[in-house]
Design a protein around this ligand. Structure first.
Ligand code: LMR
Length: 328
């Protein structure tokens, strides 16, 4: 007699999501939110394995692993796409190009952001969203207040030609290092200082090995949430749609957390007894802007002028709109 076997449920589709930051950061929290939503809403048809803190791959390796299909999802800093030859992504690294988060959002959520993500496709990568982590501060083991205070210092950067030019404009020597190596590089004196949003600085305890922080907010740090294109296109259409909605909700979660977490991290660094945090006066901020202005001109041969001008136009439009509101 035939015994009907219960239909064997197909094994779950596994998404390995690798990243390099601590879990208690905007990206760390958003990755776990994506996991929660994806597993809940696909009723277990998808399983998301999140590997924080470079526990699976470090910076450079993770991009290669994604292209090889060894991991399915990443959210690398926008500063890390230049090493794939995608130079326009380094526009986000230009000092003071974004006056505030609003202009940043106009760019990432509009045509400029979409066009940039489209550049990923011929590298076997699909860009699904942008995640925010706010503006960077400078830190060092020697006092920082004025731009010239970094003269002669060795400064860790992400692998971006714009960030190289930024540090050179300050008379410092840039040293690209993987994020997972930064704490040790600071602790051993391999580098004197670095730059990062407060949430990254604090969550990696860099304040323990950095005596001075200047709240320069000189540059932006954000992420592109990316997947291996072949993997993503192989998913059943209904699953892809559900996962896209999970990404959209995780993006909201990330952006809600980013401002709070960075503000809290900065307060905690200020409370740390061995670190002095200097908030720039308007006059000092002006000196930093001036000192970093040459970076824009120097990078015009590397980043499309139209792209830079469209961002400047978006900034001017936002400034005019806010001025009009104030005049009402
Ligand atoms: C860095 O390398 O400094 C950052 O990109 C780390 C991160 O992903 O926020």
């Amino acid at each position: 007699m035939l015994t009907l076997q219960p239909a064997m449920a197909a094994p779950p589709i596994v998404i390995k999501f690798s990243h390099v930051v601590d879990e208690n950061t905007p990206k760390g929290i958003a990755a776990m939110e994506f996991k929660r939503l994806a597993e809940e809403r696909t009723r277990g048809r998808v399983k998301v394995l999140v590997y924080p803190n470079s526990s699976l791959y470090k910076d450079r390796e993770e991009l290669e692993a994604l292209q090889l299909g060894a991991v399915q999802m990443l959210a690398p800093s926008l500063a890390k796409f230049g090493q794939l030859g995608l130079r326009d992504f380094e526009v986000f690294d230009l000092p003071y190009i974004f006056p505030n988060r609003q202009v940043l959002k106009t760019v990432t959520q509009g045509a400029i952001g979409r066009e940039l993500l489209a550049q990923l496709e011929d590298r076997g990568i699909l860009g699904l969203a942008y995640w925010d982590n706010g503006f960077k501060v400078m830190s060092s083991n020697s006092p920082i207040r004025m731009p010239e205070d970094l003269k002669g210092k060795r400064m860790r950067i992400q692998p971006s030609r714009v960030l190289e030019a930024q540090m050179e404009a300050l008379g410092a020597t840039p040293l690209p290092l993987a994020f997972s190596d930064v704490y040790t590089a600071l602790e051993t004196g391999l580098v004197d200082g670095t730059e990062n949003p407060p949430s990254n600085l604090y969550s990696k305890n860099m304040h323990e090995v950095q005596k001075y922080v200047a709240v320069t907010n000189h540059g932006y740090l954000g992420y592109a949430v990316i997947v291996n294109r072949k993997f993503w296109n192989s998913l059943p259409a209904d699953l892809r749609l559900t996962l896209e909605r999970c990404i959209a909700d995780a993006t909201r979660k990330n952006d809600d957390e980013a401002e709070k977490l960075n503000a809290t991290a900065l307060i905690k660094v200020k409370q740390f007894k061995n670190t002095q945090v200097h908030t720039l006066s308007p006059a000092e901020l002006e000196l930093w802007r001036k000192a970093l202005e040459p970076v824009h001109r120097r990078m015009e041969s590397r980043i499309s002028k139209d792209l830079i001008n469209s961002i400047r136009k978006a900034a001017a439009a936002q400034a005019a709109a806010s001025a009009a509101i104030e005049l009402r």
